[in-house]
Ligand binder design. Structure first.
Ligand code: NAP
Length: 253
């Protein structure tokens, strides 16, 4: 067996799921800027993921990309055993990977409900469980879950997605209580409507309707979410755990 990775690197590592695009990409770049070695995962877009790695390296940071479906329990366990456990100084986990499969309740198929729950909720559960085993040993860690304003207020045609994002808040608060004794903080960020591929599919009418309903009258940027995650991952947030920070232009105060 190779001993190449037998001693964890001194540089603290931040694992960002779904770091190939959108909010996860901005989080990966921002945590790299703040001095973390970033491990980012993707599921279907290796080119985008490697592009993020190249951008981070060009800016003087450290990053690696990994193909990993967060809803695949065996794959996640294997990934933590191979790439994290004895090889990386895991300091931060950001559960960012997420998908939508929108549709009205009466037409929503079982598989569309299950798939969204599996990626957005079960994926975060599996990654948090594996990270907690490692962080518990080092008696420190930061876990940040990317929820959504629709997990707080609901949204028509997003029963699956808003259920997953609401449950993620329960997961956050329970993990915060359970892991506090090990000095691991667990918080959630709940973005409002943010300019990414996920919202690029909205029609102009729907987008205008959302913008009109946002007190700050605009959609947010991925960077605005990333800066909030970076704060929660930093020493400045050492006494904050079990909280939900909205980044939503005032949609839900
Ligand atoms: P996005 O642009 O669609 O990017 C989604 C990311 O998740 C991609 O990196 C994708 O990888 C990855 N991913 C998807 N399924 C995965 C799986 N099974 N395993 C691992 N990775 C997977 O989404 P986004 O808008 O940046 O959203 C990021 C997070 O913020 C999500 O949790 C989303 O629910 C949440 N959020 C977004 C908004 C918004 O308005 N955009 C608002 C509130 C909350 P590939 O590139 O390989 O496909």
């Amino acid at each position: 067996m190779s001993t190449e990775h037998s001693t964890p690197t001194a540089t603290p590592t931040a694992l960002v799921t779904g770091g190939s695009r959108g909010i996860g990409r901005a989080i990966a770049q921002t945590l790299a800027r703040d001095g973390f070695q970033v491990f980012l995962t993707y599921v279907s877009r290796p080119t985008e993921a490697e592009q993020v790695v190249a951008e981070i390296k060009a800016a003087g940071g450290q990053a690696r990309a990994f193909a990993l479906d967060v809803s695949d329990s065996a794959a996640v366990s294997d990934f933590f055993a191979r790439e994290i456990k004895d090889s990386a100084n895991l300091a931060v986990l950001v559960n960012n990977a997420g998908i939508t499969k929108d549709g009205f309740l009466v037409r929503m198929k079982d598989e569309d409900f299950d798939q969204v729950i599996n990626v957005n909720l079960r994926g975060a559960f599996i990654c948090t469980r594996e990270a907690a085993k490692i962080m518990s040993k080092s008696r420190k860690g930061r876990i940040v879950n990317i929820s959504s304003v629709v997990g707080q207020i609901g949204n028509a045609s997003q029963v699956n997605y808003s259920s997953a994002k609401a449950a993620l808040l329960g997961l956050t608060k329970s993990c915060a209580k359970e892991l506090a004794a090990r000095q691991i903080t667990v918080n959630a960020v709940a973005p409002g409507f943010i300019e990414t591929d996920m919202t690029a599919i909205l029609s102009d009418d729907v987008r205008k309707g959302y913008e009109d309903s946002i007190p700050l009258k605009r959609m947010g940027t991925a960077q605005e979410v990333a800066e909030t995650v970076a704060f929660l991952a930093s020493d400045k947030a050492a006494y904050i755990t079990g909280q939900v920070l909205g980044v939503n232009g005032g949609m839900y105060c």
